[in-house]
Design a protein around this ligand. Structure first.
Ligand code: MN
Ligand code: MN
Length: 317
């Protein structure tokens, strides 16, 4: 069969991928999502007021949207077509009116995700630096039971005060536990590595009962065993999935603020995300793509691919 028979060029998602405006996955753009809420809303959080090193992830959503144009419809590995399995839309950006005020900016982000939740839409967010996961979790979990979480990252992000604030991108998950948004015993952190300011820099993860899988364990046991254990730990607890692009090896994600050598590959990332199928995923994010430091769009492409895999497990679940 030719393309003329199989593709519907009245559908923007089936036109040549380099044409038109770059929404996430060439989805319809619905800033007014409340009028006709999708089941899954893909959105940007273009904010990087919480970085501690190189900036730039405020530009992440624009570039990930651009690279996400490359995603086709059907996941060849799993057979899932997320756009048939669920009603999905690009619901715009949680953009910030007062970006120079970190805690106020987080409140604006929380308010946006509260709107998304109230519409009955599950969010798949694109950061932004990792500090934005905290206001998303506030919106999702503030009035309910704490969530579990699968967190793939080079850093545990359970630090505390740094430079006079605990709302930077190295501490969101300590604050989230302190605020009752996460159940630390249902939190699994995968891929942690790199150098530390002090040996006990991530002590909160260990003391609170999170399951921390250092990169060395992922290497020695293998990622399949690690993700199977993670599945057992969270069980059917409602979870959030947070993917920091710096979990990838810097050769695969140079465009990020705090790269750490010796990371996971995209094959491992894809395999782990696919094995989240069937879990009760209430929301997810992909954060820390920093286009000003990117090379040839590789980091944004990998960010878009991670988001596509997350979308597939959310839509099929
Ligand atoms: Mn992080
Ligand atoms: Mn990180």
């Amino acid at each position: 069969m030719s393309d003329r028979e199989t593709l519907d060029f009245t559908d923007p998602m089936q036109r040549p991928r380099f044409t038109g405006l770059a929404t996430f996955f060439r989805l319809p753009y619905r800033e007014d999502f409340e009028a006709d809420p999708p089941q899954i809303g893909v959105c940007g959080v273009p904010y990087d007021g919480g970085v501690t090193n190189r900036p730039g992830p405020r530009h992440g959503p624009r570039e990930v949207r651009n690279q996400s144009s490359l995603m086709r419809r059907v996941n060849q590995a799993t057979g899932v077509n997320p756009f048939d399995a669920a009603k999905v839309a690009d619901i715009g950006d949680a953009w910030i009116r007062k970006p120079y005020e970190l805690e106020g900016a987080h409140k604006e982000i929380e308010d946006y995700f509260a709107r998304v939740k109230a519409a009955g839409t599950r969010a798949l967010a694109c950061g932004g630096d990792h500090s934005v996961s905290l206001p998303i979790l506030r919106a999702l979990a503030k009035d309910g039971a704490p969530l579990g979480m699968i967190h793939i990252d080079a850093h545990a992000d359970t630090g505390d005060d740094y430079g006079g604030s605990r709302f930077h991108h190295g501490a969101p998950f300590k604050v989230a536990v302190d605020e009752g948004l996460l159940d630390p015993k249902k939190v699994v952190q995968i891929g942690i590595r790199g150098s530390l300011y002090q040996a006990d820099m991530w002590k909160f993860s260990f003391e609170s009962g999170m399951r921390v899988m250092m990169m060395e364990e992922v290497e020695e046991r293998g990622w399949r065993a690690c993700i199977e254990e993670a599945r057992e730990i969270v069980g059917q607890t409602p979870i959030y999935v947070s993917f920091d692009i710096d979990s990838l090896d810097p050769s695969l994600a140079p465009g990020t603020g705090t790269p750490e050598a010796g990371g996971i590959t995209m094959r491992e990332a894809q395999g782990m995300i696919r094995r989240l199928a069937g879990l009760d995923i209430r929301g997810a994010d992909t954060v820390e793509v920093s286009p000003p430091f990117d090379v040839g769009g590789i980091t944004a492409l990998n960010g878009a691919t991670v988001m596509y895999e997350l979308l597939c497990v959310m839509a099929a679940g």
